[in-house]
Design a protein around this ligand. Structure first.
Ligand code: ZN
Ligand code: FE
Length: 254
């Protein structure tokens, strides 16, 4: 097993540190900035051995150069995103596992927010690092991909074991929650989850991680085929991708 710790960065980003206790390797997921991460590592007198990158946006990579100079980690990211991730030392792709220390990661292409975006999972730790694809009660905006791209990505993540913990790239839960209740007002699990998450937010605590089960039950972007949502949004004549596209468009204008 390993421990996974959350480092809040910038205004609403999260980076994660995976500590591989068997080999003493420390793995960072995304590098939104260097200041918070450096403080975290130095406080605990930790090394930084690897950085896993989910996608090329500046709020996920801006810390890389400084961290590389100071700690010399090896930087890992998608082969498909290589052209805009010049700091990569190791390229990964879907279908090939990545082994670091005692940890084995699976890689998933999750296009939509960007093309070449990837997610990483750790089976043994039941952890899934989703960046700006699947989020707590939400999903990333479609900057580069189509609704179909993101829908397919989310369908893929839905197949993972439902006790997997979802570690996403942002604290967007408040706005996601407010939107979700407008789409899925009859969902009792959503209503009770809302109370729980608002309590965390009021205390200034992260709402991350969630479980995939919670997302399946309450995330409207995974629930485009729920009858109550189809009914509520009057989408009976639409196919699943068009229903997803409609929910995404509603959120964009929310
Ligand atoms: Zn992004
Ligand atoms: Fe982001």
């Amino acid at each position: 097993m390993s421990s996974i710790e959350i480092i809040p960065c910038l205004s609403d980003n999260y980076a994660y540190i995976i500590r591989d206790e068997q080999t003493n390797k420390n793995i960072l997921v995304d590098a939104p900035e260097h200041v918070s991460i450096e403080r975290y590592l130095d406080d605990k007198d930790m090394s930084l051995d690897f950085i896993l990158i989910t996608h090329h946006h500046s709020d996920h990579i801006d810390g890389i150069n400084h961290l590389k100079l100071k700690y010399s980690p090896r930087v890992i990211g998608a082969k498909r995103d290589r052209h805009r991730l010049p700091q990569l030392d190791i390229e990964v792709e879907e279908g090939k596992q990545l082994t670091i220390g005692s940890k084995t990661f699976d890689i998933y292409d999750v296009d939509g927010h960007t093309m070449g975006h990837i997610a990483y999972s750790l089976l043994e730790d039941k952890a899934l690092f989703t960046g700006d694809s699947l989020m707590v009660m939400g999903c990333g905006r479609l900057f580069e991909g189509s609704p179909e791209d993101m829908w397919k990505s989310l369908e893929k993540l839905k197949q993972l074991p439902e006790d997997f913990m979802v570690y996403s790239g942002h604290e967007y839960t408040k706005s996601n929650l407010e939107f979700a209740v407008t789409v899925d007002p009859q969902n009792e699990k959503l209503i009770s989850r809302r109370t729980k998450e608002l309590e965390l937010l009021q205390k200034g605590l992260p709402t991350i991680p969630s479980t995939l089960r919670e997302e399946l039950d309450t995330n409207p972007f995974l629930r485009e085929s729920e009858l109550s949502i189809i009914d509520h949004l009057d989408m009976a004549n639409l196919d699943p991708i068009s229903r997803f596209a409609k929910i995404r468009a509603l959120k964009d204008n929310f």
